[in-house]
Design a protein around this ligand. Structure first.
Ligand code: PLP
Length: 411
């Protein structure tokens, strides 16, 4: 039955659609499936004991502050911690460059709120992070897609795309969601040079940069940009807005992330955030700060890297053993995902239907392409399932793929 609300939605509301992944997660939770679908961290690595002690200390020592309203910018000691962390990578920032947000997802939404007019073009990788497409479509954004290969955004297509006149560039340089590929150092340099030449700002989304399992660390785009413009000041005023999060290195249930940007952008984001939620939970910020102190976060990241690095290897080995030769996949050096490409005549949505019947799930790649395409692609998460389940799930999926490609099943 139509309620009185049905015809009162704003125009932008009609642009909104449910995330394909969130919908799929409901199915995988409801059935007894091995799921490679979500981007979920491994629950086994959550430092529950450390959180329990930190909660106790925060409530005992700063209880009334933790339960009170607070400033929109975020808890100062936490912002100072982000400042120290950022200096380690060579970017001179101060707390005025930092905003704490309720997840990077909120930061993406706030960026949409302050920058995007209906019809504005945003240059994105194809495929790119679904949550950014979802957040920005609601503000009427349109997208200029640039294809990605095993070294990230392809630079010829990038230069071509710049001529379309995008408002800004959105890039995930490290172990990109969804493909797991990393933008090479040479391409990072070229991206910054071209963005500078065309006067275009960059949004760098980096939830996975600290989760590298092999290969060498590459400087982030904000670091390379800050070197270009170093004016001796302990304040970043460059061309890049950098996002990162505690979701993958501590716990996503905290809903805690940070933005690094020039102070005038931070001020606008603060105004936008006031309209959204006044501020991010004081209690969560204080507990996250308390947990992370004294080198705990660095030690914890080492644990996560060991667990996820092993799971990635197990998945790659199992794919090698069970997947048909016609399927190709990426070999990520970090992060949470890898990306499979099926023969063109296969539709990964149909493969997914068959896979669910065999009690294994993944995410079809198509929703990650903002302008269509990718019907024969799939994203697989390797952080959430145990090594035993990864082996079993991949052998089930391999069986489905062999069947659909028309080969004899390999047992
Ligand atoms: C590229 C990217 N950006 C942003 C987010 C959102 O992260 P958060 O949990 O901080 O909201 C994710 C989550 O998976 C992501 O992969």
């Amino acid at each position: 039955m139509q309620t009185p609300w049905g015809y009162r939605y704003a125009q932008r509301t009609h642009q909104m659609a449910s995330s394909a992944i969130r919908e799929l997660l409901k199915i995988t939770e409801a059935h007894d499936l091995i799921s490679f679908a979500g981007g979920l961290p491994a629950p086994e690595v959550f430092p529950v004991e450390a959180f329990s002690k930190a909660c106790e200390r925060v409530l005992r020592d700063f209880g009334s502050k933790a339960l009170q309203y607070s400033t929109t910018e975020g808890y100062l000691p936490l912002r100072e911690m982000v400042v120290r962390h950022t200096w380690r990578y060579g970017i001179k920032v101060n707390p005025d460059n930092i905003l704490i947000t309720s997840g990077s997802q909120q930061a993406l939404d706030l960026l949409g709120k302050i920058f995007i007019n209906p019809g504005d073009l945003i240059l994105v990788e194809a495929p790119t992070y679904l949550g950014a497409i979802q957040a920005w479509k609601a503000y009427g954004a349109e997208f200029v897609p640039v294809p990605v290969d095993e070294h990230g955004m392809m630079m010829d297509a990038f230069e071509e795309a710049l001529r379309a006149g995008p408002k800004f560039i959105y890039v995930l340089p490290n172990f990109q969601n969804p493909t797991g590929v990393t933008l090479s150092e040479a391409r990072r340099g070229k991206l910054i040079d071209l963005a500078d030449r065309y006067g275009l700002p960059i949004v760098e989304d980096d939830p996975y940069g600290q989760l590298r399992y092999n290969g060498s660390h590459l400087p982030s785009i904000v670091v390379m940009d800050s070197k270009l413009r170093d004016n001796g000041e302990a304040c970043y005023r460059g061309n890049v807005i950098y996002l990162s999060t505690f979701s993958k290195i501590l716990a996503p249930g905290l809903r805690l992330a940070w933005v690094i940007a020039p102070p005038e952008v931070i001020s606008k984001l603060v105004q936008a955030k006031q309209g959204a939620d006044l501020h991010t939970s004081s209690l969560n910020q204080m507990v996250a700060h308390e947990v992370s102190r004294g080198g705990f976060l660095d030690r914890h990241i080492k644990v996560i890297k060991r667990v996820y690095g092993e799971r990635r290897d197990v998945m790659l080995e199992a794919m090698e053993a069970h997947f048909p030769a016609e399927v190709n996949w990426t070999h990520p050096e970090g992060g949470l995902f890898l990306w499979g490409t099926l023969p063109e005549h296969l539709n990964s949505m149909e493969v997914l239907q068959a896979a669910i019947e065999h009690k294994v799930a993944f995410v079809s790649g198509e929703p990650f392409y903002p302008c269509g395409g990718g019907q024969n692609t799939m994203r697989l998460n390797f952080s959430n399932a145990t090594p035993e389940d990864i082996r079993l799930g991949i052998s089930r999926l391999g069986g489905v793929l062999h069947e659909m490609i028309g080969n004899k099943m390999v047992v």
